[in-house]
Ligand binder design. Structure first.
Ligand code: MRU
Length: 352
């Protein structure tokens, strides 16, 4: 099993600092940025230096380590009382991916048990590294479960980037594709460019080409014609938040793909760790959808491509109803035909 020291990860803790691979610059340059301030970490999440649901959760836990370490230097005895502000800044960085709140809550649980007079750094760092490592292990387990669902030499389509870059390492949807390729299950991967931020063309294509997995990049609007051609077996995507009934929020465009898939008889697989499931909401109507800045739509590489002051809608995610999903793959097992009832099996396993 790969671990933190051997895995390709966009997040590294080194020399008492958080290092993030700047995903805004990929694939043109591999630039690492260093962080020793929790508010700067929150900003990195908001501005997409790091993105992808599990990756922003893992980043935030290191942000909590940084916040506590810095606060303890100034307020040695009552440092816990000063943590609300940086924790809120981290939690407010992005609204849809529930992994962010799940990860911060795990750190809070440790934080609240720590004595006031001892530096919190070692205990919090230990929990952060554990969360990071567990995310990688979950991805590897999901890779195996997901690969087992594929027939030999499958042709698959993925949307956005749910790879090593979007997680602690290995990837969710791309983890299944990686494992599937190693198992002889993947013949070819079609990659949606994923307008407007282009996670597909900039990040997924970069990851797949590095590993020499056969792939073709296409415009998002080409997906319907590809399905009509009969070439596609599965659509494999990640998730930002899954409701208790299996409704799934993921990158904008996933819902359209799932509707097209139903019409064409293509199967849909959602791959996400249990930390992406929000058991507190019964269905997808309650998932908050992030609206991002208009310039992401009205410009390309900083150059305006629309009339000045054009009105823009830029929802970053949409919700795919569970009825359009064939399988949800988690590290705790696979849910076929997700519904409140079938999802409960995962919930029970999580409680064990
Ligand atoms: O806006 P992003 O790039 O953070 O959106 C990412 C996605 O939608 C991914 O599919 C999702 O977070 C799963 S990542 C393993």
């Amino acid at each position: 099993m790969s671990n933190l020291n051997t895995m390709m990860t966009p997040i590294i803790w080194k020399n008492d600092q958080l290092h993030l691979l700047d995903q805004r610059e990929l694939p043109r340059s591999e630039t690492w940025l260093e962080y020793d301030d929790a508010y700067a970490v929150a900003d990195a999440i908001q501005t997409m230096v790091v993105r992808g649901a599990p990756a922003i959760g893992v980043t935030a836990v290191y942000g909590v380590v940084i916040a506590a370490t810095n606060i303890w230097k100034e307020h040695t005895t009552e440092w816990q009382q000063h943590m609300d502000e940086p924790l809120t800044a981290l939690a407010n960085a992005r609204p849809t991916a529930v992994n962010l709140f799940w990860a911060i809550n795990r750190m809070k649980a440790v934080l609240n048990t720590l004595p006031s007079r001892i530096s919190p750094k070692a205990a919090l760092l230990e929990e952060a590294v554990l969360i990071h490592q567990q995310d990688i292990e979950a991805n590897q387990q999901m890779g195996k479960y997901g690969s087992s669902l594929l027939a030999e030499q499958s042709h698959v389509l993925t949307h956005c980037n749910a790879g090593a870059l979007a997680t602690g390492g290995f990837g969710t949807a791309l983890g299944v594709i990686r494992q599937g390729f190693m198992d002889g299950k993947i013949a070819h991967v079609f990659v949606d460019e994923t307008r407007p931020w282009l996670q597909g063309s900039r990040l997924t294509a970069w990851e797949l080409m590095k590993e020499e997995i056969p792939m073709t990049l296409q415009a998002d609007v080409a997906a319907g014609a590809l399905m009509a051609s009969g070439q596609l077996d599965w659509i494999i995507v990640g998730a930002d938040r899954i409701a208790a009934n299996g409704d799934t929020a993921n990158k904008i465009g996933t819902y359209s793909l799932a509707v097209l898939a139903k019409y064409h008889g293509v199967k849909v697989m959602v791959v996400a760790p249990c930390s992406t499931i929000d058991w507190s909401i019964s269905d997808g109507t309650n998932i908050p959808i992030e609206q991002r800045h208009s310039f992401e739509v009205s410009s390309l590489n900083g150059v305006s491509i629309a009339p000045d002051n054009v009105a823009v809608s830029n929802p970053a995610f949409d919700v795919t109803p569970a009825a359009l999903i064939d399988a949800i793959v988690t590290e705790a097992g696979v849910v076929m035909k997700p519904s409140t009832k079938t999802m409960n099996a995962i919930r029970l396993k999580e409680m064990l």
